[in-house]
Design a protein around this ligand. Structure first.
Ligand code: CA
Length: 433
């Protein structure tokens, strides 16, 4: 079935600014609370949010096999379970409804009043109920940089790294939508040169520039997903800030890997951009040498050209762009990650989320974490207000943006932005902070 929603010539009767991340060719999916305190599934064109629950009740999805309440839900999980064919039919229909040449909704003021919202009339929620969250470690540059700093500069990449899309099971309870402030975590650290750990606020809170993909029900327990089928089970992607506490990480991570240094918070952008919308931006992944084992070998272009950037704003100061990277730098593709994840028969469900791992590029200005940008605190970054940063300070806001662009269309993700607050224990002592 063709993806008619991707037609670059199509224009909408909803006004869209030229540099918008959300032209009619995007049609992402999200969940929001409306001005009437109703929770619904929606999409967005330009700066207009569209209530898909209301649109469905008014009959605009007639002919597409959907249950009556499919969009009147607080998560996209059931819709995602309906599978790729339904996602495509719905996206194609939305493109038709909002096409500049279609008067049906455009000329129906009563329906427009029910269905359309300005962004300040809605509050974005988590788009899916995330059952399981897995985080990969798939940027060669990032793994090399961290290996140099945490272990051995001579053998930065461990012997398994070029053979396995390395990952770990994270925690879904602490994944929050953009805008929710994050508290500096407390924990155990081992101060340099000592052998007795201390307990206190992390002194090395960091961001990780990642993207995450969201799956549909992919397989039964025991059944692997072949690498060339894996993309059929990926609904879409979001921006993902995997907040990390480097000093806690360094002390705790041996031998079982990340734990409390990583599970205190991860922030996501609230609109899921579908793989269908990203189709025009396929590119080849990096050449893999040595060749991976056969179950990880794939055909075609399975990486995506997505520009990424991170800015840091101290409290009451202008944001400064501190990193520009690209999703295409990832060594392992999402298809390989999902094939590897299920090769042992591990089952994947609708609404599961898989983080890419920090996306660092080849040059120092493309490093996707403060750990790398400040090279473990040795090279402070100068902010616009004159202050210096090696890691994230209380009151700082970290914002990540991402978009794809060719000469016909720009498809973006909006942003994921969150402020770091002082630790919870200090809030109690100091009163209202
Ligand atoms: Ca991570």
């Amino acid at each position: 079935m063709p993806i008619t929603a991707n037609d670059p010539q199509r224009r909408s009767w909803i006004q869209v600014n030229k540099d918008s991340d959300f032209p009619i060719q995007n049609i992402p999916f999200g969940v929001f609370l409306t001005r009437d305190d109703v929770i619904t599934i929606g999409t967005r064109i330009g700066d207009t949010a569209i209530d898909l629950g209301a649109l469905h009740q008014l009959g605009y999805f007639e002919g597409i096999p959907l249950t009556d309440d499919i969009f009147l839900q607080d998560s996209l999980n059931d819709f995602i379970s309906d599978g790729k064919k339904t996602w495509r039919l719905v996206r194609n229909r939305i493109a038709e409804i909002f096409d500049i040449n279609n008067p049906k909704l455009k000329d129906n003021e009563e329906h427009r009043r029910i269905v359309l919202f300005t962004l300040d009339e809605i509050e974005m929620q988590l788009p899916v109920q995330i059952g399981d969250y897995t985080d990969f470690y798939s940027s060669k540059e990032h793994a090399t940089n961290v290996g140099k700093m945490f272990r051995d500069p001579e053998n930065a990449l461990l012997p398994n790294w070029l053979h396995i899309p390395v990952g770990y099971h994270g925690r879904s309870s602490s994944i929050v939508p953009s805008g929710i402030p994050i508290r500096r975590p407390m924990g155990q650290t081992l101060p340099p040169g000592t052998d007795t750990p201390l307990f206190g606020p992390s002194k090395r809170v960091d961001f990780e520039l990642e993207m995450a993909f969201i799956t549909t029900d992919a397989n039964q327990l025991g059944e692997p997903i072949p690498v060339d089928e894996a993309e059929d089970y990926i609904f879409g992607m979001v921006l993902f800030n995997d907040w990390s506490a480097r000093d806690i990480q360094k002390w705790e991570y041996v031998p079982l890997g990340p734990f409390l240094a990583k599970n205190f918070a991860s922030s996501i952008s609230p609109w899921i951009v579908t793989m269908d919308a990203l189709e025009p931006f396929r590119v080849a992944g990096p050449k893999q040498s040595p060749a991976p084992l056969p179950y990880l070998q794939y055909s075609g272009n399975k990486s995506f050209d997505i520009n990424l950037e991170v800015s840091l704003a101290p409290e009451n100061s202008e944001p400064l762009t501190i990193c520009k990277s690209n999703f295409k730098y990832m060594y392992w593709t999402m298809a390989q990650q999902l094939a590897h994840h299920t090769v042992n028969g591990c089952n994947v469900n609708s609404g599961d989320m898989m983080g890419s791992g920090t996306i660092s590029g080849p040059t120092p200005d493309s490093y996707g974490s403060m750990l790398e940008l400040s090279w473990s605190g040795k090279k402070p970054l100068k902010m616009k207000d004159g202050s210096e940063r090696t890691f994230i300070e209380d009151g700082d806001t970290v914002t990540m943006k991402g978009y794809c662009q060719n000469n016909k269309v720009r498809i973006g993700f909006g942003e994921v932005s969150a402020k770091l607050l002082p630790p919870f224990s200090e809030k109690k002592k100091n009163g209202d902070r």
